[in-house]
Design a protein around this ligand. Structure first.
Ligand code: GUN
Length: 281
């Protein structure tokens, strides 16, 4: 029988722990504060930003909300970031991605002070992760490590295969698994004989962005499978990159969609916000 890794329960436990920490901070007069910037009205981004603000409220983090029109210029956005960088009462800055096409995302990410980069997207944060120095780590991969550890999945010495090489998930995930002493392989769209490679995995992390692409033939018997994908099928049901019903019986543990990796991303953002207080005081 396989274990279902319950991301909802684990993220709730983490948020409860953070709430206790924030209460303690508040009793000493410190209130963590996250500035959230949304440019335009992308429906998915609007939902994500709303969920981030709700999580802040639950934990007791102050959230400042900047909802800017689609027509905002790159200069206006950079000016706001500069103002928030200089504001000592703001610990974390989050610019929701994607940005409208006329704004260069790389320039915006680079403008955020690495001390307030709670998304972990700044080149300095990524570089620090790469050479094992302290810094913020991208929330989804950091959340996956937390899921594995809190589910008692041993990582050290294990064969880990990651499908996907994005800057937000695949690349930082590979660095984090290396840091945990796994043997890491990263696969992508040009990988030959994908199933042959993924069948080697003790831990298979899937972030390809294709609904239900990973079926049982890609998975070694008894592997742990982590599904980063989230898609809405016709009829509104959600599914991941993994065909759960086909794959689950062959695993020792697997994350569901919804209720697996998703809730951990916001919980880790909150963790980064709480940790950012000590960097900015
Ligand atoms: N858009 C999709 N995921 C994310 C995320 O984790 N952070 C930000 N800033 N934007 C996103």
């Amino acid at each position: 029988m396989y274990q279902i890794i319950d991301g909802k329960a684990i993220s709730t436990a983490l948020k409860e722990e953070l709430k206790v920490k924030v209460d303690e901070m508040k009793s000493h007069g410190t209130v963590p504060c996250l500035a959230v910037i949304l440019v335009g009205e992308d429906p998915a981004s609007t939902v994500y930003v709303g969920n981030k603000k709700k999580a802040c409220e639950f934990i007791g983090i102050k959230s400042l909300s900047y909802e800017l029109p689609e027509s905002t210029s790159r200069e206006e956005l950079l000016e706001l970031i500069e103002k928030l960088n200089a504001d000592d009462s703001v610990n974390g800055i989050l610019v929701q991605l994607p940005l409208p096409k006329h704004i260069d995302e790389d320039a915006v990410i680079k403008a955020i002070s690495p001390k307030k980069d709670v998304d972990g997207f700044h080149p300095q944060s990524v570089g620090a992760l790469c050479i094992g120095q302290p810094g913020f780590v991208s929330c989804t991969p950091a959340g996956i490590i937390e899921l594995l550890k809190r589910s008692n999945v041993e990582i050290e010495g294990k064969e880990c295969v990651i499908i996907g090489r994005s800057n937000i998930v695949g690349k930082p995930m590979s660095l984090l698994m290396l840091r945990e002493n796994a043997t890491v392989t990263v696969c992508h769209s040009r990988t030959k004989n994908l199933a042959e490679v993924t069948k080697r995995a003790d831990i298979l992390i899937v972030a390809i962005g294709k609904p239900k692409m990973i079926t049982a033939e890609y998975v070694k018997e008894g592997a742990v499978v982590i599904d980063v994908g989230i898609h809405r099928l016709e009829g509104k049901k959600l599914c991941g990159d993994v065909d759960f019903d086909d794959v689950a019986p062959h695993t020792s543990a697997i994350t569901p969609v919804p209720g697996g990796v998703g809730p951990m991303t916001i919980a880790m953002l909150m963790k980064n916000c709480v940790e950012s207080v000590s960097l900015n005081s």
